[in-house]
Ligand binder design. Structure first.
Ligand SMILES: [Zn+2]
Length: 292
């Protein structure tokens, strides 16, 4: 793979996720150094109106607008328009990596979300895991690149950093530190990749997204269950076959029906409340770094 010559650091894709927005501010003020000897970094706010209003989005989720170019309508939503402008400005830049910064209300610590399994990303996961052993590496590589709706997939290369748990609209010292630490590791990885200085990287365990679990609803759209107390707050901890995922209000539980252990994450993410998504599930796998 070619050397990367520019890193586009994106914050405020969701306007109420403050770790990225304040990382952007630190970069602008020279308090966080995002350049390296082999590349320069550009830091941008993706949805300034939502940032000003301190909300996730104005009309709809900007981070779900990038699967395909939406048809031109006479009255596009604020975010559809932003997505088009973003694509026009950045998507065709060569040798650019987009790093999109997010917060989650789920207890996911620092999670690097990789959307492809090509050797570059497998190595990035290995390097970040080596630098931050407590970090989670999550592959969402179940769809082809151009079918993924995320902002960071609008160009050739992109990843997301998720840090939490942090309430949207709030700013926590430890969560900002985790974001800075993971962003630093990604930037250092690119520098070493460019210099051919990655050296020996070890195989590692990562999570692979499989599905979402939604709440059962009654006829009026109210939930009939909550996250089970044995799962609540335990992102990336194993749930074995037959163990509960949800606790209904009727005294029985909803159990995991699969044949393998699963690893819930984005548990009780407040931004997914509207869609009644209780959690996402992943499988755990060993990643071979040197597989071609
Ligand atoms: Zn977000």
């Amino acid at each position: 793979m070619d050397k990367l010559s520019n890193i586009l650091i994106v914050a405020g894709t969701h306007g109420n996720e403050l770790s990225g927005i304040y990382t952007h501010k630190l970069i602008e003020e020279g308090l966080f150094i995002a350049d390296r000897s082999t590349f320069s970094s550009t830091s941008v706010i993706a949805n300034p109106t939502a940032v000003r209003h301190q909300c996730r989005y104005m009309d709809n989720d900007l981070n779900r607008q990038f699967a395909t170019r939406s048809d031109a309508t006479s009255c596009p939503s604020n975010e559809a328009l932003l997505a088009r402008q973003f694509i026009d400005k950045y998507a065709s830049n060569n040798n650019q990596l987009i790093v999109d910064l997010h917060n989650t209300t789920s207890n996911m610590g620092a999670t690097l979300i990789l959307l492809s399994e090509n050797p570059f990303y497998r190595k990035m996961g290995a390097y970040v895991k080596q630098r931050m052993p407590a970090a989670n590496i999550l592959f969402e590589s179940h769809k082809p690149w151009n079918e993924l709706p995320y902002l960071c997939t609008c160009g050739e290369y992109g990843v997301m950093i998720e840090v939490g748990a942090q309430s949207h609209g709030s700013l926590q010292y430890g969560t900002l530190e985790l974001m800075k630490e993971m962003l630093t590791a990604v930037l250092d990885f690119v520098e070493k990749h460019n210099l051919n200085q990655l050296g020996e990287l070890s195989n590692y365990t990562a999570y692979y997204y499989t599905q979402e679990i939604t709440y059962p609803l009654d006829s009026s759209g109210m939930r009939q269950a909550m996250i089970h107390p044995t799962v609540c707050g335990r992102d990336f901890e194993a749930v074995k076959p037959g163990e509960p995922l949800l606790a209904t209000f009727f005294g029985y539980d909803v159990h995991w029906q699969g044949e393998q252990d699963v690893y819930p994450h984005f548990i009780n993410e407040s931004a997914y409340s509207k869609a009644n998504i209780a959690m996402a599930l992943a499988e755990k796998q060993l990643v071979s770094v040197n597989k071609p």
